[in-house]
Design a protein around this ligand. Structure first.
Ligand code: SAH
Length: 266
């Protein structure tokens, strides 16, 4: 099919069969007991590899021309092509519709939406057992960042609280058509077996968002609408730190403190 890549849909099609085969292997070895969902199948390069290895349940594609192409290429028994914006997909509901115990979500992600998509998937994490994604290296570095590094940010905290994040391998621009401007990385994300108890997810979202909204300011400054000096003290957090030096455990303690004080005042 002659298809002109659409920039607004972040279309960079993978053409390197060696890379496709490696990604497909990484997915296959984790897919047992999971319904496999591909995000952004495009022209079906990865889909094709997956179908020979792994039972793929569904693929979600936004571009209607590509949806039509894929539906022509594959019958419904082989794979269910869902025409939708992945940011609007309820993965919990999809899991139920597919009758799967768990989901493995994978794909060469549209880079223009990879960060909002990761946050969307975090909201649905109960339905998901594994994620294997190609993202831009910069996003992979934030997913796997350590506290104190300049990559440490909102995505790092929110992901690492509940996920083990691992970079598998890098992929150069010439593996794609058209080539992206950046290096890409394949990552594996899977829910942690143990997480720190959290009182209120929305409090955590609020504290983390607020703290990183002004990276160069101390948290005493950026969080002054939420915490007094003694609040930082009782959380065991140094108020003169910048957010890049605050770890997951400290963010969780601060958000639990906020949740409890709001409950006490409600
Ligand atoms: N997997 C293919 C294509 C990757 S490019 C390959 O590796 O060759 C990213 C794909 O995601 C494109 O097909 C694009 O149309 C699709 N896409 C972009 N935004 C989307 C969205 N919001 N929801 C679902 N698919 C999307």
């Amino acid at each position: 099919m002659a298809h002109k890549a659409r920039k607004r849909f972040g279309q960079h099609f993978l053409t390197d069969t060696n890379v496709l085969s490696r990604i497909s292997d990484e997915i296959d070895r984790r897919s047992e007991g999971c319904g496999v969902i591909e995000i952004g199948p495009g022209l079906g390069a990865l889909t094709e590899f997956l179908l020979t290895n792994t039972q793929t349940a569904a693929a979600i594609e936004l571009d209607r021309d590509l949806v039509a192409h894929l539906r022509e290429k594959y019958c419904r028994d082989q794979i269910n092509i869902i025409a939708a914006d992945v940011l609007a997909v309820d993965f919990q509901q999809l899991k139920q519709e597919l009758g799967s115990e768990n989901l493995l979500v994978c794909g060469n992600l549209p880079y223009n939406i990879s960060t909002p998509l990761l946050f969307h998937l975090l909201d649905h994490i109960d339905a998901i057992k594994h994620m294997v994604f190609m993202v831009q290296k910069e996003v992979a570095d934030r997913l796997t960042a350590s506290t104190g590094s300049k990559q440490w940010g909102r995505l790092s905290v929110m992901s690492q609280r509940i996920l083990d994040c691992q970079q598998l391998f890098d992929v150069p621009p010439d593996a794609f058509n058209p080539p992206p401007k950046v290096i890409s990385t394949v990552v594996h994300l899977t829910p942690k077996t143990k997480t720190q108890p959290l009182e209120d997810y929305s409090c955590l979202q609020e504290v983390v968002k607020q703290a990183f909204s002004q990276r160069r300011k101390t948290i005493r400054n950026s969080l002054k609408a939420l915490f007094q000096n003694e609040d930082f003290e009782s959380c065991g957090v140094d108020a003169t730190d910048r957010p890049e030096n605050i770890g997951v455990a400290e963010f969780v303690r601060m958000s639990n403190h906020l949740a409890r004080s709001r409950q006490a005042h409600s």
